[in-house]
Ligand binder design. Structure first.
Ligand code: P6P
Length: 343
């Protein structure tokens, strides 16, 4: 008998039935995100064939040159979600300010934060890239526009988070706090089919992912930990970990989630908060990891416990196997007295 095809929409509906008061609005919101992912997947997969790669000539809030595909992905996410009626406001890596919808969307129960196309510097090299989303329940009164306070919630409050990886196949990995599930896009039927139910981070951590070109700018604690991974010094592992770094966080994260590994983007002497953004990169990935049995830290505390103060704030990020994250925190406590270097 053919294996039962469980679509992401069906799994989300199944999860929703566990909540007697569920109105179906969350499921409908997720359907809009799924639709957006399908369209972006189509465009990413033909990007080399049409003039949609390369730069637009614009610069985003991060001061990064915007590529045509990430502008396309941003515009599409915002357009589809803006008019869905389920979202009272949105935030995006590509936009300085909050994005509000038309008045009728002021009754939307949720807010969504987006990294519409993470790793976009890799687009022209045909390297896997991804979209990241994070969903909070609004805290401002229904009927009014969404506010900044709706967004500046600790990651612990997330209702759901997920990412889409546009690679050899397109996958969506998602959690609403009831496990982590992976869906592979089957273009022949136009649906994301459940392919990786209830993903759990493997116990063995055989991979470390970090851009070692920043070695000289790290703190001593971070260097000591990476030396351990490389099998260097008294505390070096007898069997060093494998070094794997794609430079596209969604791709590095996805590989480590399935194979077991530790991802580091530390702060540096010049940039103690590092590069990655808390609200729409670190928090959603931390939420997924904790639901898969892993951990994510800024070097001092769990990422999900950070109280946000700014929409685009950055954070040092150490995420993967719990034991490895705890070890990094211990190295930082032991060697790095200057707390400002670790966020
Ligand atoms: P670096 C891509 O630009 C990104 O935001 C993440 O996807 C990735 O992990 C990181 O930056 C790579 O940064 O400094 O190592 O090139």
């Amino acid at each position: 008998m053919a294996q039962e095809l469980i679509s992401i929409n069906r799994l989300i509906a199944m999860e929703g039935r566990r909540y007697p008061k569920a109105t179906g609005e969350f499921s409908a919101l997720m359907s809009e995100i799924v639709l957006t992912a399908k369209i972006i997947s189509r465009e990413v997969n033909k990007a080399g064939l049409i003039d949609i790669t390369g730069f637009t000539g614009d610069v985003n809030v991060q001061g990064e040159e915007v590529r045509k595909l990430d502008e396309y992905a941003n515009d599409l996410f915002l357009h589809i979600l803006k008019y869905s009626g389920h979202v009272c406001a949105m935030a995006s890596e590509e936009a300085e300010e909050l994005i509000q919808g038309p008045t009728y969307t002021n009754s939307g129960k949720y807010v969504v934060l987006l990294d519409p196309l993470d790793g976009s510097s890799n687009i022209d090299a045909n390297v896997s890239i991804g979209s990241i989303f994070a969903i909070y329940r609004r805290i401002s009164p229904s009927g009014e526009s969404g506010t900044l306070e709706d967004f500046l919630q600790p990651g612990r409050n997330l209702v759901a988070a997920g990412y889409v990886i546009y690679g050899s196949s397109t996958m969506m990995v998602y959690s609403s706090g009831q496990g982590v599930h992976g869906f592979t896009f089957d273009s022949s039927v136009g649906t994301f089919a459940l392919s990786h139910p209830n993903i759990k981070l493997p116990d063995k951590c055989g991979i470390y992912s970090v851009n070692e070109s920043y070695w000289t700018k790290w703190t001593d604690g971070v260097r000591k930990y990476v030396e351990r991974c490389k099998g260097i010094g008294e505390e070096g592992l007898e069997k060093p970990m494998s070094a794997r770094y794609i430079g596209s966080m969604v791709a590095d994260f996805h590989r480590n989630l399935l194979y077991g590994g530790i991802f580091l983007y530390p702060g540096t002497v010049g940039k103690p908060q590092g590069k990655l953004r808390l609200m729409y990169e670190a928090n959603p990935m931390a939420f997924i990891l904790e639901n898969a049995g892993g951990a994510a830290s800024n070097g001092l505390i769990d990422v999900l416990d950070i109280t946000p103060t700014e929409l685009h704030q950055r954070t040092p990020l150490f995420m993967g196997n719990k034991e490895e994250v705890a070890l990094i925190e211990n190295y930082i406590k032991q060697y790095d007295l200057q707390e400002e270097l670790v966020g």
